[in-house]
Design a protein around this ligand. Structure first.
Ligand code: PXG
Ligand code: PLP
Length: 442
């Protein structure tokens, strides 16, 4: 049975990415979840319009994944991950690389998106060094990029608030491409904006400045997620790929959000038809039931590391929980469900309805912009004078308390990540609920 949560316990938890003092005045606490609904501590059922945190696209507590995890716990709880392996980790690596774009036949396991990003950056730096191009040390991210919160990730990341407390200690040798958002040329975009492909040429500027032969890797989200859903302009990713190839730079797609159906395909690389060299994943890999991430690399990268004496460890990197058997069992079951239920196709089929319903708010007087691609959507509200973020947070709270609806806000941008198997009716109800909330905002 659910116990009432004491004020002391609430005070004891330092909450992540949360306005702790504001939250603790009126805590929003979830005690259970099933399918498309959360249950709050006060017993209310809330519709989840954010799939967990972009991450439970198949629905909460999917019975097949629950069963796989329960069974795994009775078979093997944990086994040392170094110089030993477990059956589920191998099976998941096989399954994951099978569904990945051609040529991505090797996976390194982590426990989160942040760890996947730092692992990918280390692989890129190590790859060039092993290849005899040790001068390739520079890393390039993008303004408004989110790559998790570890030191590598915030260094290549481009969200100022996530960097500013740590600005003196970010890793050296990092530059940022300009972001691709432009309200004047690409407002109320549906899918990829027509304007902005040329912004990829910013890489040419950085290559000219530093010498392309000194750059190890470029990392971008194929669709910027956390910063408010910024789809890539037409031609942008293609041009970035072209320039990376020309300069011998590795291209990393951070697909922590976009992999496993979120843009109506296995990977965003498949949807956009642009192949990176490294792909980072997490979230949907286990449908978030157990924390896990994975880094996929092209064969040539893996093979480059496989040199020197056989008994030598090729890459001094790994986590206690890399390929944890319970996480891997969850991943195997989640990917099975993903294929059996045709989740990528379901998401693809929902895209145009989602686009239509979200863009029904384009002309709302409180709305500055609306952006959609795949099952990712943003409604950017006009900020209140002298109080940026206040309207967004109020909308989030009103959805929770008055509409029994969970959405996410990043400052004044309301974000939506519907279930990949959502019911079209529920998408309409979600937007109707949001409309009634923003109608009432001051
Ligand atoms: N890369 C990307 C592209 C992400 O979206 C991470 C890395 C880090 O993953 P972990 O598992 O370490 O959190 C993410 C995570 C938001 C939001 O508001 C999104 C994430 C995390 C926190 C907030 O959209 N995505
Ligand atoms: N309640 C709210 C506020 C919703 O936004 C939604 C769907 O989006 C629902 C409930 C779901 O309703 P149902 O699953 O009964 O169709």
């Amino acid at each position: 049975m659910t116990q009432a949560i004491s004020q002391r316990d609430i005070e004891a938890l330092w909450m992540p990415f949360t306005a702790n003092r504001d939250f603790k005045k009126q805590p929003k606490t979830i005690v259970a979840a099933k399918g498309h609904y959360y249950q709050a501590a006060d017993g209310r059922q809330l519709y989840d319009a954010f799939s967990g945190l972009w991450s439970c696209g198949l629905g909460h507590s999917h019975p097949k994944i629950v069963e796989a995890v329960q069974h795994q716990l009775t078979e093997l709880d944990y086994a040392m991950a170094f110089q030993m392996g477990n059956d589920k980790a191998f099976a998941l690596a096989g399954k994951l690389t099978e569904m990945a774009p051609a040529g991505f036949n090797h996976a390194f396991f982590t426990n989160s998106g942040s760890e996947s990003v730092d692992t990918a950056l280390k692989i890129a730096l190590g790859y060039h060094r092993v290849k005899g191009e040790a001068q390739r040390t520079r890393l390039i991210g993008r303004e408004r990029g989110y790559h998790g919160v570890n030191f590598g990730g915030i260094s290549v990341g481009g969200i100022a608030a996530n960097r500013q407390l740590f600005s003196a200690n970010l890793i050296n040798g990092v530059d940022h491409l300009s972001h691709t958002y432009n309200l004047e040329h690409a407002a109320f975009s549906r899918g990829q904006p027509e304007w902005g492909g040329h912004l990829a040429d910013d890489l040419e500027r950085l290559a000219a400045l530093h010498g392309g032969a000194n750059i190890a890797a470029v990392i971008v989200e194929p669709v910027a997620g956390s910063a408010g859903i910024l789809p890539p302009p037409v031609g942008y990713l293609e041009r970035l790929r072209e320039l990376c190839t020309e300069h011998g730079i590795l291209l990393i797609f951070d697909e922590v959000i976009t992999a496993f159906g979120r843009v109506g395909a296995n990977f965003a690389a498949d949807r956009f038809g642009v192949m990176p060299d490294i792909i980072t994943t997490a979230k949907g890999l286990t449908n978030s039931m157990i924390p896990m991430g994975a880094v996929l690399v092209r064969d040539e990268i893996y093979q480059t590391f496989m040199q020197g004496p056989d008994q030598a460890i090729e890459m001094f990197h790994g986590y206690t929980y890399s390929g944890h058997p319970v996480a891997a069992a969850a991943g195997l079951a989640a990917l099975e469900v993903f294929h059996e239920e045709g989740i990528a196709a379901q998401a693809k089929a929902l895209e145009s309805g989602f686009e239509t319903v979200l863009h029904s708010l384009d002309n709302h007087p409180m709305v500055k912009d609306v952006r959609t691609i795949g099952l990712m959507g943003a409604i950017e509200l006009i900020p209140r004078d002298n109080a940026p973020g206040a309207r967004g947070l109020e909308a989030h709270k009103a959805c929770f308390w008055e509409q029994d609806l969970v959405i996410r806000n990043a400052m004044d941008t309301l974000q939506f990540a519907p279930f990949l198997n959502a019911k079209p009716d529920d998408l309409e109800k979600t937007v109707a609920a949001v409309k009634s909330v923003i109608d009432g905002l001051l």
